[in-house]
Design a protein around this ligand. Structure first.
Ligand code: ASP
Length: 329
């Protein structure tokens, strides 16, 4: 398996803002293999760099891992250029942008929202579901009402440029059941996991889901155990990619259980990815990636296809990390 290794200096140039990284670009990355001491936060894809920095401002002031990941998620949710998360997300095939998110802390508390329309920060609403309700998940109009009742900011979606793309897509896709290829255009959910100074873990996952999905569809991202799982006894894992495949193997929960059994994060992520590969005869467009961290300070990831990476922030690092993969596009 070919593994790209780039010089760390390159990632520092990106971190310093000398090169503006963008989705799909050939960016410098650093293959990461060492145990991390102290607080750390990792998150999926290149937008994780900015998200991690938002989370870090909480971690470095002694805040909780959960709060750090929610802050990071909110940063990405506010990014009008992001087409798979928050305000800039693409709609379902009827033109409605519906957002999914979940949060979990290492004590097993969790909250989630699904199919939430017109609310700016689904990750924060998911946290409020955890803290203010007896439930683990609210969806659709109930989730929206809960958000409005609790004063969460509203947004008007889709954004005009997103609507223009959607109308074009509708014109070109009369056969609406067609499965779109998962690529950077329709898939870059952010999942964030962190460990704070007290050694507690927390995580958040937020997305607008599969672009042009069927109305009512939920992917893995708001589902505890699929898109996210956290346990202070072990560590944390989160996912991105084709949610249907991730749900069917209870992806993130299994990654954590495999780490409990002694696997390192990258090994556990690989085992779940290989399970997905074994169970799906047609892998066309089926990209899935997992990232994980454990109590010993190991971090890692693995994906079906090449091209997946994650952002890492610690006291001394602020960079992208390439993951191993099973096959090339
Ligand atoms: N996991 C997300 C979903 O299936 C998609 C993505 O990662 O962008 O909704």
């Amino acid at each position: 398996m070919e593994r790209r290794k780039f010089i760390q200096a390159g990632s520092l140039i990106v971190a310093a803002g000398l090169i503006k990284p963008f989705q799909g670009a050939e960016i410098p990355v650093y293959s990461f293999e060492e145990r991390i001491e102290g607080p750390m936060i990792i998150s999926t894809w290149i937008h994780g760099l900015e998200a991690n920095r938002a989370g870090w401002s909480i971690l470095e002031n002694g805040g909780s891992a959960l709060d750090a990941t929610v802050a990071g998620a909110m940063q990405t949710e506010s990014d009008v250029a992001n087409r798979s998360v928050g305000i800039g997300g693409r709609p379902d095939r009827t033109g409605h942008v519906t957002l999914d998110a979940c949060v979990m802390d290492g004590d097993g508390r969790s909250g989630a929202v699904g199919y939430l329309e017109g609310i700016a920060h689904p990750a924060a609403v998911a946290k409020a579901v955890m803290e203010k309700t007896p439930h683990a998940m609210l969806v659709g109009s109930g989730a929206r009402q809960f958000a409005l009742d609790n004063g969460f900011a509203t947004i008007k979606t889709p954004l005009p440029e997103v609507k223009k793309d959607y109308l074009q897509w509708r014109k070109e896709n009369k056969e609406l059941i067609k499965r779109p290829k998962i690529n950077h255009e329709n898939h870059d959910t952010i999942g964030l996991i962190a460990r704070d100074a007290q050694g507690r873990f927390g995580g958040t996952c937020t997305t607008s889901g599969w672009a042009y999905k069927m109305p009512g569809r939920l992917g893995d991202s708001p589902i505890i155990g699929a898109g996210l799982f956290v346990d202070n006894e072990v560590g944390a894992a989160t996912a991105t990619g084709l949610g249907e495949a991730i749900i069917r193997v209870a992806g993130s929960a299994i990654v954590v259980e495999l780490m409990r059994g002694g696997m390192k994060p990258s090994e556990a992520c690989k085992e779940v990815v290989m399970r997905i590969i074994r169970k799906n005869k047609d892998l066309t467009g089926l990209q899935c990636g997992f990232i994980a961290m454990d109590r010993q300070g190991n971090v890692g990831g693995f994906s079906v296809y090449n091209g997946f990476n994650f952002a890492l922030k610690t006291q001394t690092r602020d960079e992208m990390v390439d993951t191993e993969f099973d096959r090339k596009w």
